[in-house]
Design a protein around this ligand. Structure first.
Ligand code: GLC
Ligand code: CA
Length: 557
């Protein structure tokens, strides 16, 4: 396996709108990030991934970009960005930009031109089709509800939008579009940024025959087989790599919904002809049902073990893994995979962190995850701001596919706003995020869960993360070792070993609120065994170890 700095890094994701509000208008901003760089340095992370800060009408909180080379006013100015970047670099941290190029905003100049006439020079920057039998060009549904096609009166044609109708899909078949995207990326690289997180990059190539998708009992057809990992996606990424990425020393991660192991081996191949790694979605989709993620069903531990193990083993030596349990599109990890009841919140948050951080790959921490922040659990639909949540609530309940009461429960379990409430800095009003009421409600538990309290307390979730990050730097086995699942079918415990240059790690994780026993491998039963980290104060190591509720332990020989 080739040695690369990003294989030894830990990434921290910032969702700027909710991170820190420096000028007290209720919206987080770039100067707010700047103020908190020392905090991030203290945590020990190497790379900051910043969700979109470009100019945007914010239909989807900035994932709808109207100018790739300008900063959204509410977030600050380009000078603010430059000084934040410079200071991050001075502190030894790198900055990864979010790159949203499957679509733009409908307020981007390219689209304003494109919709004007059929012979406009920008017409083919987007995907326009005529009506089929008096309706949409095909039956595909959009991710945020409704049809994926929007009728435009001016030219009597439809444009494709896989997300909201204010997010028209770019036509990557058009060489001019690719040239524009690559030029823009180069421009940011020239500024000195260190990488890209590529939004829904697995969707940029569409099957040009645009066939109908299967209905599966839903309102719209599922078009994903025709645009996820589409026919030319690898060709496009190789072109991007040759034209831009290979000229700089960057870290790149592709968000790749629907990615299989086989596909991931291409996207993140060790030869480096495309990207460094991808975000796969299998583990965060465990338990999804007929309404997709809109379910209250709990995840199944056996399935989690199976999925994580599959990615660890199959990519080893061939491609690189990203490791995550949370981001701005997912519920809070402690609420989804751990136990956010007061008595177990901290211990289970630490256990989950151990699970991910001891694996092979690059770990990602989502803001507030290092504090064990929990789901928002807002109980009124009016408290939610996310376009996906609001649209799908309306669509599914009015079609009678689910009751309003049931749907609210699903949103509390899986809605994206759970992770988008303001970062909890301290116990002052608005959690120290802002002096005025923020754009979205603060989680009520900020008086007990906040950064200030955790930084003062030695055994906090924050300090546990800090230690996990340090361990990755001190022990070569953590980034490099090979992985092996042990005690496969244990009903409560997830345990695995890692091996590298005659050294071994044993990771033991109790995923339940009950004591659970496990027999550990012979070689870990001698007096030379070191416990690298644990989320309980004292451990007794013997042949049969009794793990307390959510106990995590890492043994090293
Ligand atoms: C990605 C982003 C998500 C956004 C969508 C459309 O999945 O992570 O937040 O809504 O793409 O850009
Ligand atoms: Ca602000």
């Amino acid at each position: 396996m080739k040695k690369k700095w990003w294989k030894e890094s830990v990434v921290y994701q910032i969702y700027p709108r909710s991170f820190k509000d420096s000028n007290n208008d209720g919206i987080g901003d770039i100067n707010g990030i700047n103020e908190k760089l020392e905090y991030l340095k203290e945590l020990g992370v190497d790379v900051l991934w910043i969700s979109p800060i470009y100019d945007s009408p914010c239909d989807d909180n900035g994932y709808d970009i109207s100018d790739y080379r300008a900063i959204l006013k509410a977030f600050g100015t380009m000078e603010d960005f430059d000084s934040m970047l410079k200071r991050a670099h001075r502190l030894g941290m790198k900055v990864m930009m979010d790159l949203v190029v499957n679509h733009t905003s409908d307020e981007h100049n390219w689209f304003i031109e494109s919709r004007k006439s059929k012979d406009n020079p920008y017409r083919d920057y987007y995907i326009w089709k005529t009506s089929k039998q008096g309706g949409e060009p095909n039956n595909w549904g959009a991710s945020f509800g409704g049809s994926a096609w929007e009728y435009d009166e001016k030219t009597d044609m439809y444009y494709l939008h896989l997300f909201s109708k204010k997010q028209p899909d770019l036509n990557w078949e058009n060489q001019k579009v690719r040239d524009e995207v690559f030029d823009m990326m180069d421009w940011w690289c020239q500024k000195g940024i260190d990488g890209f997180r590529m939004d829904v990059i697995s969707m940029i190539s569409k099957d040009q025959s645009f066939p109908d998708g299967k209905l599966n009992g839903g309102l719209y057809g599922n078009g994903s087989p025709y645009y996820m990992n589409g026919p030319r996606v690898h060709e496009y990424l190789q072109e991007m790599n040759q034209r831009v990425l290979s000229k700089y020393d960057l870290v790149t991660v592709g968000e790749a919904a629907g990615v299989t192991i086989e596909e991931a081996k291409k996207y993140a191949n060790e030869d480096g002809t495309e990207l460094n790694m991808v975000f796969q979605f299998e583990h965060v989709s465990i338990g999804d049902g007929k309404l997709g993620k809109w379910t209250t069903k709990k995840f199944d531990l056996q399935e989690l073990k199976k999925v994580m193990t599959k990615w660890q083993i199959e990519l080893s030596g061939k491609a690189w893994n990203s490791l995550y349990l949370c981001n701005h599109d997912q519920p809070r990890s402690v609420s989804r995979f751990g136990d956010d009841r007061a008595e177990y919140r901290e211990v289970s948050a630490k256990m989950l962190a151990t699970c991910i951080h001891m694996m092979q790959g690059t770990p990602y921490i989502y803001q507030g995850e290092e504090l064990g922040m929990t789901n928002a659990y807002f109980d009124k639909i009016e408290d939610y701001k996310d376009i996906e949540t609001l649209n799908i609530f309306e669509e599914l309940t009015s079609a009678g596919l689910i009751s309003e009461v049931e749907m609210m429960k699903c949103i509390q379990a899986r809605g994206r706003d759970n992770a988008r409430t303001p970062m909890q800095w301290d116990d002052s009003e608005n959690a120290g995020f802002s002096t005025i009421k923020p754009w979205i409600g603060v989680n009520k538990n900020y008086t007990t869960i906040n950064a200030a309290e955790q930084m003062r307390r030695e055994d906090s979730v924050f300090h546990y993360y800090q230690k996990l990050i340090q361990l990755r730097k001190e022990y070569a086995i953590i980034p490099n070792g090979t992985y092996c699942l042990i005690e496969e079918s244990h009903p409560q415990i997830f345990s695995y070993t890692r091996e590298y240059q005659n050294r071994k790690l044993l990771v033991l994780l109790n995923f339940t609120d009950k004591d659970s026993q496990i027999t550990i491998p012979e070689e870990f039963r001698n007096k030379y065994v070191i416990c690298l980290i644990s989320n309980y104060k004292e451990q007794s190591i013997s042949k049969d170890i009794l793990l307390r509720p959510y106990e995590a332990m890492v043994l090293y020989i």
